[in-house]
Ligand binder design. Structure first.
Ligand code: GMT
Length: 377
């Protein structure tokens, strides 16, 4: 098949998932074209069967902000005019599904592709539900040939908010076993001898509650000699720095910035903390589990479908700093218990979220929408 993919190129779960999916499809012999604003950050090295097309952006004094979604639609059209696509897969409803839909409308009938839209989270819970985008989001989903969500929770939230006339299928996220094969390794170059490593990885948006990470860490430090490794970049970083200064623990925290190969970092952690307001899936917790690192998270949304509370980590109430700190201290001071939780997390990750089984589901979906498209044509 020839498959087009549109996704956010920046560090973030939806872009990571879309990129890994494209790589996997290309490895299965499909021809995959990424049409994005930039090269997706996880797309490194050479991959046979993968092609990239970056959207041109034009600024003009009349525009307060450049209408990049229109440029995206035009680019998708341009690429689809050159080659016949079977499927276009839009990751994140706004603007990607809407832009791909517009592109399909502009194409002559014989060039039109089947559109699959995958919902990732805030495209529904925050952006798409905002009155300014609601109708566009709903229309794009209704007009897609298939809509998938990365968790049951997100599928249900979507139906609650949009009452779609079609099903939202659940296809969970996956991790690449070849990348995340390392297991928790204990002391490493990130730390001084004797320090435990607590790690947080995110795009530091408000929904990630990074200042909670710092507050939990402050409580951990009252009992355990530890270092907090913050990986990622985003708008809340300065807030985290400020809270750490106020709490007098700034020197115990290291900010690594955006890091493409987190598979090299996660195995250094003794635990990963992920205290999000809500999380439609939680790719970082899954990748931590794959590396046998226990997770402290929040029982908020689809993360409960990934991390089993009390088995592969602990899920606490959002904002309950004491509860998260108590569990973190328990794990950091009982390495055997942490090791057992890590082992169970890894087992769960491999059993339910391995790459091939999930790719099979997407491939079957592509075949299904393609067959229906040609039947209806
Ligand atoms: O919705 C977002 O926050 C954007 C997106 C991203 O690009 O980081 O994250 C979402 O998609 C990921 C991949 O499916 C999920 O693992 C994250 O849970 C989800 N984030 C939220 O729901 C906050």
């Amino acid at each position: 098949m020839r498959i087009g993919i549109t996704c956010h190129p920046t560090a973030g779960g939806s872009g990571v998932l879309a990129t890994e999916l494209g790589i996997a499809m290309a490895e299965r012999g499909h021809e995959v074209h990424f049409v994005t604003e930039d090269i997706p950050f996880r797309l490194t090295g050479y991959h046979p069967n993968i092609f990239t097309h970056c959207v041109d952006s034009v600024s003009y004094p009349l525009f307060r902000t450049a209408p990049s979604s229109l440029a995206l639609s035009a680019k998708i059209c341009e690429v689809a005019e050159e080659r016949l696509f079977d499927v276009w897969h839009a990751h994140y409803a706004i603007p990607h599904a809407a832009a791909a839909l517009f592109a399909r409308t502009m194409l002559p009938k014989e060039r039109q592709f089947s559109l699959v839209t995958t919902l990732h989270g805030t495209d529904i819970t925050l952006i798409g539900s905002d009155p300014s985008f609601f109708r566009v989001t709903k229309y794009a989903m209704e007009e897609s040939c298939a809509v998938t969500a990365v968790s049951q929770w997100l599928a249900q939230e979507t139906q609650n908010a949009f009452s779609l006339t079609k099903d939202v299928r659940v296809i969970h996220n996956f991790f690449d076993e070849r990348r995340f094969s390392g297991e928790h390794q204990g002391p490493c170059s990130l730390t001084n001898t004797g320090e435990k490593i607590v790690m947080h990885i995110s795009n530091f948006r408000p929904v990630k509650r990074v200042t909670d990470v710092v507050r939990v860490f402050k409580k951990i430090l009252e009992v355990v000699n530890a270092r907090l490794i913050m990986v990622g970049e985003g708008p809340e970083r300065m807030a985290a720095v400020g809270v750490a200064r106020q709490l007098g623990i700034a020197d115990r925290i290291q900010y690594l910035g955006v890091y493409g190969q987190i598979e090299a970092l996660i195995p250094c952690a003794d635990l990963v903390i992920h205290p999000s307001e809500h999380e439609s899936f939680g790719l970082v917790p899954l990748e931590a589990m794959a590396c046998s690192v226990p997770v402290i998270g929040t029982a908020s949304g689809g993360i409960t479908e990934v991390v089993e509370d009390g088995v592969s980590g602990y899920l606490c109430e959002v904002g309950n700093i004491d509860h998260m700190a108590t569990h973190a201290i328990d794990l950091l001071t009982h390495p055997e218990k942490a090791k057992e939780m890590g082992r169970k997390g890894r087992e769960r990750a491999y059993a339910h979220f391995g790459r091939d089984a999930i790719i099979d589901q997407y491939e079957a979906l592509y075949e299904e929408v393609r067959a229906k498209h040609w039947k209806d044509a």
